[in-house]
Design a binder for this molecule. Sequence first.
Ligand code: ADP
Length: 251
Amino acid sequence: MLLEVRHIRKRFDDRTDALTDVSFSLEQGEFVSVIGPSGAGKTTLFRILNGAIPCDGGELFVDGAPMHTLKGRAKREVQKRIGTIYQDFALVENATCRQNVLNACLPDMTFLPAVCGLFGAERTAEADRLLDRVGLADKAEEPVKNLSGGQKQRVAIARALMRHPAILLADEPVASLDPVTGRQILELLRDIRETDGLTILMNSHNLALSLEFCPRLIGLSAGSVVYDGPAEAVTDATLAAIYGDGQDDAP
Ligand code: ADP
C-alpha cells in the first residue's frame, strides 16, 4: 500500500472537530477524488497529508514509513514523496516557467548554490523535459505572469514532478479554471498517472468531473469518511449521505 491513513483526527484550537476519524488507503497508480460539502474537512486532510499542519491522533504511512512518528530530516524525506498542486497555483509570477520548476529543488540544495540559483545542467535539462511533458516546451523562458490559468497549472504540475513524488495531492486543481481548461488539466493528470504510474489524490467541488475522471471516490462529511468506493457505484443515496438530504451544497 502506498499511502495508509488510519484514524486521523484533527481539532482546531477553537475546538472545531475538522476530522473526527478518517481512514483510507491508496495503491500505486490510483486516481481518487475526495468529495464533500464545504466544511467537510477536505482541505484539513490535505494539509495534514502534505505536512503543513500536524494531526492530533492517528497514523499515516507512506510506503510503509510511519510519517506520524518521524521528525526532522527523516520526516522531510518521507514528505518529499508527496507533492501538491493548488487551486491558486502558488507560483512566483515574475520568474520564468523554468525558474519556477527549478525552485522545487531548493529544499535539497546547499546554501550557496541555492541563493545563487546555481541549479546545474542536469536539473535544468530535467526542468525543460518536464515543461515539455506538460505541453509548455516553448514557454521555458516566459515569465509565469504572461501565462493563462491553465498554463500556470501546467507549470505547477511540472514543478511538483521535479521532486519525483510518489503521490500528487491536487487541491481543487481546476476550481480557478474555465470548464474546458479544467478538463484539459485533468486529462493531463490522467495521462501522467497512466504513463508514469503517479498516484493522484484530488480534492474537488466538481462532482461531475470527479465522477468522470476518478475511478474511486472518497466522500467526506463532517470530518468522517461516509463513502469510499467506485465512482460508478455512487447513487443518489450516496450523495445524500455525503452532501445531506437537501444537498444544499451539492455541485
Ligand atoms: P473543506 O475543505 O471540506 O471545506 P476544511 O478542512 O476547510 O473543509 O474545514 C473543516 C472544518 O474545520 C470547518 O468547520 C472549518 O471551519 C474548520 N477549520 C478549518 N481550518 C481551521 C482553522 N485554521 N482554525 C479553525 N477552524 C478551522
